[in-house]
Write a protein of this length. Structure first.
Length: 116
């Protein structure tokens, strides 16, 4: 199987907290980020969206260190049917400013040596 990733992936660390939240109705949960790249991220699947079909939108709120929170819609690339599995999402709907924040976060973590 060939490698399909186009961007370097990095792991978040406790002293450089990347906050990702998912809301469904009145319920909002913070998701655990497994890895992050310019094009997307790997998240631990929550029961609220376990088994989400490929291509479905996943509304997220993202907060990077030193930056204001913003909302975006990620696209599900793959998703475990069970909570605690992995869900890969693409971040293709970011504004230029949001993409710059993401690029800065990835570069910071890569510089610290946390490549996935």
């Amino acid at each position: 199987m060939s490698e399909r990733r186009q961007n370097v992936r990095v792991h978040p660390v406790p002293d450089y907290d990347i906050i990702v939240e998912y809301s469904s109705g009145l319920v909002s949960v913070r998701l655990q980020v497994i890895d992050i790249a310019i094009g997307g991220m790997g998240l631990l699947t929550d029961e609220l969206f376990a088994g989400a079909p490929v291509g479905s939108p996943l509304p997220l709120r993202l907060t990077f260190p030193g930056a204001p929170k913003f909302e975006t819609s990620a696209e599900v690339r793959h998703c475990s049917k069970a909570a605690g599995g992995k869900c890969g999402v693409a971040l293709s709907k970011l504004s230029d400013e949001e993409r710059t924040l993401l690029q800065h976060a990835v570069a910071e973590l890569q510089e610290r040596g946390f490549s996935a």
